[in-house]
Design a protein around this ligand. Structure first.
Ligand code: C2O
Ligand code: CU
Ligand code: CU
Length: 516
C-alpha cells in the first residue's frame, strides 16, 4: 500500500466531510475532534518554569523531591487540559545546581489515570498504573541512576536518584520508560536541569533574569481541550500548537539589551529551523555539553528533539516597539500547520543599560583528536520494511543485547548512516559528550562545533561522531531522540568495560517513603 501522508489523509477526510474510514494505521485517534486553531499566536504572556528549592542541604549534597502527578492545567486560554507533570506542571520545575555539588532527587510516582475506554469502567471504575523512569539527559550518571528503560518507577513507588553534576551545561530531565516514553513526555514529564560553574558565572554574559530557558514542545488538542496523542502509526508526532515553556506561542516583553536563551527542543518528533524575523544573527554560545570555545553567528540553525543550544539575542539594535518573531523556517519530514512556522515573539518594550557582552573566547575545550580513536563502529539507521520498525543495524531494542563494548577511556568513532529520505534521526548517546567529525564528508555546521550528546542525522546523511567512553563502566542506552522512533524500536545499548553496576540494581521502592 502506498503510504499517504497525514496531511493527505486530513484532506481526504475533509473532502468526505470527516466521515471516511481511513485505512488501518491512519485512523488517528481523536482526529476528527481536533480543535481548529485553538489559540492565536502571540496573545499569551511568556513565563519561565519555577526553580526547585531543595528539601534540605548538607556539605556535599542538595536533596530534592518531585512528585509525578496528573493535573488540570491551563494551556489554552480559559480552558483546562489534563497533563502528567513533575509536580503537576509542564515543563517541570527547573533544577539548578552548582558543578560538583551532588543532587539527590526523590521522584515519587503518583500518576493514577482513570480507565476510560472500557464500557465496564462505568460500573467498575478502575485506575491504571503508569510505568515511568527518570533520565537526566546530559548527566554522566551511574547506570542505576540513568533512567534505564526497564528500571520502572511505577505508580505508588519512589526512587532516589543520585546525580554528580560534573559538567556545567543545560541538561534536561525526562521520562524514559520502555515503549511509552513518547506518551509520558507528551503528557508532560520533562523539565530543565541547569548546572553552572564559576568559570561560566564569571564571564560577562547576560545573567539572572537575562538568562532564560526556552523549552519548545508541540502539542495537539481535541475540541474538548484534551491532548491528542497521534504518532501516525509510530512514525512521528506533530502538534499544530507550538508551546514555549508550556505556553502556546508566547509573547515576551524584553528590554533593549542582550539576553541569553537556553533553548531546548523537548518535542516528541518535531525539528525546527530557528531564525529571527528581522534577519539578524543568532549568536550561538553553547551546545548540549555546555559553552562553546568561541561564539558562532548564524542566520538560522536546526535543532532536533533532545538538542540544546544556548543563544544570545541582542535586542539593543531595535527601537522600542519593535516586534521580533522567533521563526521556524521548517525542515523536511515535519508536518506543517497554519502556525508551525513561528515559535514565539519578543516585544522590545523598555530601555535598559547593559554591561554584558559576548567574549571572543568562552572557554578552553580540549577536543579529542581523530587520531586518538582506537576503533570505528558503523550503525545503519532505517525503517525496516518487513515490520515498519525503526532499527539500528537491523535490530530493535533488546535489554539482553549489547551492541558495543568500548573499554573505559577508549576513544571511538561512531558512524550513523541514514540511507533514505523518509526521516531525520537525532541520535543520542547516554553517558558521554562527543563531537561531530563530519557529515557526508563535510565539516559540521559552525554552530555544532561544540560538545554534544545528540547528533542530527538528517535525510541521507552519514554523520561521524567521536567520543571518549568515561567516567563510568556499565551499560548505557543509545537511541534516536525522535521519541516515537525510540519507542519503536530505534534504541540499543553499549557497555563500557566489564563489571559495571547493573542498571537494575537500585529498584524503586513502594510508598510511603521515609524522610529524605
Ligand atoms: Cu533525552 Cu535517552 O534521552
Ligand atoms: Cu540522555
Ligand atoms: Cu529516528
Amino acid at each position: 500500500m502506498k503510504k499517504i501522508s497525514r496531511r493527505q489523509a486530513l484532506k481526504m477526510a475533509a473532502l468526505a466531510g470527516g466521515s471516511i474510514v481511513l485505512p488501518v494505521g491512519l485512523q488517528y485517534r481523536g482526529y476528527a475532534q481536533r480543535a481548529n486553531d485553538p489559540v492565536q499566536p502571540f496573545t499569551l504572556g511568556f513565563r519561565t518554569p519555577p526553580v526547585l528549592s531543595p528539601v534540605r542541604s548538607d556539605a556535599t549534597t542538595d536533596y530534592y523531591q518531585i512528585t509525578m502527578q496528573t493535573a488540570q492545567v491551563g494551556i489554552l486560554p480559559g480552558q483546562t487540559t489534563e497533563i502528567w507533570g513533575y509536580n503537576g506542571i509542564f515543563p517541570g520545575p527547573t533544577i539548578k545546581q552548582r558543578k560538583n555539588r551532588q543532587s539527590v532527587v526523590r521522584f515519587i510516582n503518583n500518576i493514577a489515570i482513570k480507565q476510560r475506554s472500557n464500557r465496564l469502567s462505568m460500573w467498575f471504575p478502575k485506575t491504571l498504573s503508569v510505568n515511568t523512569s527518570v533520565h537526566v539527559h546530559g548527566m554522566p550518571s551511574q547506570p542505576q541512576y540513568d533512567g534505564y528503560a526497564r528500571d520502572f518507577v511505577s505508580t505508588g513507588y519512589y526512587k532516589d536518584y543520585v546525580y554528580p553534576n560534573t559538567n556545567a551545561a543545560t541538561l534536561w530531565y525526562h521520562d524514559h520508560a520502555h515503549g511509552r516514553t513518547s506518551q509520558n513526555i507528551y503528557m508532560g514529564l520533562a523539565g530543565m536541569y541547569i548546572v553552572q560553574d564559576d568559570d561560566e558565572l564569571n564571564l560577562p554574559l547576560p545573567k539572572g533574569d537575562y538568562d532564560v530557558p526556552l523549552i519548545i514542545h508541540d502539542k495537539q488538542f481535541a475540541s474538548d481541550n484534551s491532548l491528542i496523542f497521534d504518532d501516525q502509526a509510530h512514525v512521528r508526532l506533530m502538534g499544530d500548537v507550538i508551546t514555549v515553556n508550556g505556553v502556546p506561542w508566547p509573547r515576551m516583553e524584553v528590554a533593549n539589551r542582550k539576553y541569553r536563551f537556553r533553548v531546548l527542543n523537548a518535542s516528541i518528533s518535531r525539528s525546527y529551523r530557528l531564525a529571527l524575523s528581522t534577519g539578524e544573527d543568532l549568536i550561538v554560545i553553547g551546545t548540549d555539553g555546555g559553552l562553546m570555545s568561541a561564539p558562532v553567528n548564524t542566520k538560522d540553525m536546526r535543532i532536533a528533539t533532545g538538542e540544546r543550544y544556548e543563544l544570545i539575542i541582542d535586542f539593543s539594535k531595535y527601537p522600542i516597539g519593535t516586534q521580533i518573531v522567533l521563526q521556524n523556517l521548517g525542515l523536511p519530514n515535519n508536518d506543517n500547520f497554519t502556525h508551525t512556522d513561528k515559535i514565539m515573539r519578543f516585544d522590545v518594550v523598555r530601555a535598559e543599560s547593559d554591561d554584558s557582552f559576548v567574549p571572543s573566547t568562552l572557554r578552553n575545550i580540549e577536543f579529542i583528536p581523530e587520531s586518538s580513536a582506537v576503533r570505528t563502529r558503523d550503525f545503519t539507521i532505517e525503517q525496516r520494511s518487513a515490520d515498519q520498525l525503526w532499527v539500528i543495524n537491523n535490530n530493535g531494542w533488546d535489554r539482553n543485547r549489547v551492541d558495543a563494548n568500548p573499554q573505559l577511556e577508549d576513544v571511538e568513532i561512531w558512524t550513523f548512516n541514514d540511507t533514505a529520505n523518509i526521516s531525520f534521526h537525532p541520535m543520542h548517546l547516554h553517558l558521554i559528550d562527543g563531537r561531530i567529525l563530519d557529515r557526508n564528508g563535510q565539516p559540521p555546521f559552525p554552530y555544532e562545533r561544540g560538545l554534544k550528546d545528540v547528533f542530527y542525522v538528517g535525510e541521507n546523511e552519514r554523520v561521524r561522531v567521536i567520543g571518549k567512553f568515561r567516567p563510568h563502566t556499565g551499560r548505557y542506552m543509545f537511541h534516536c531522540h525522535n521519541i516515537v522512533h525510540e519507542d519503536h524500536d530505534m534504541m540499543s545499548q553499549f557497555e563500557v568495560g566489564q563489571g559495571g553496576v547493573d542498571p537494575m540494581s537500585a529498584p524503586a521502592k513502594p510508598l510511603p517513603a521515609p524522610p529524605l
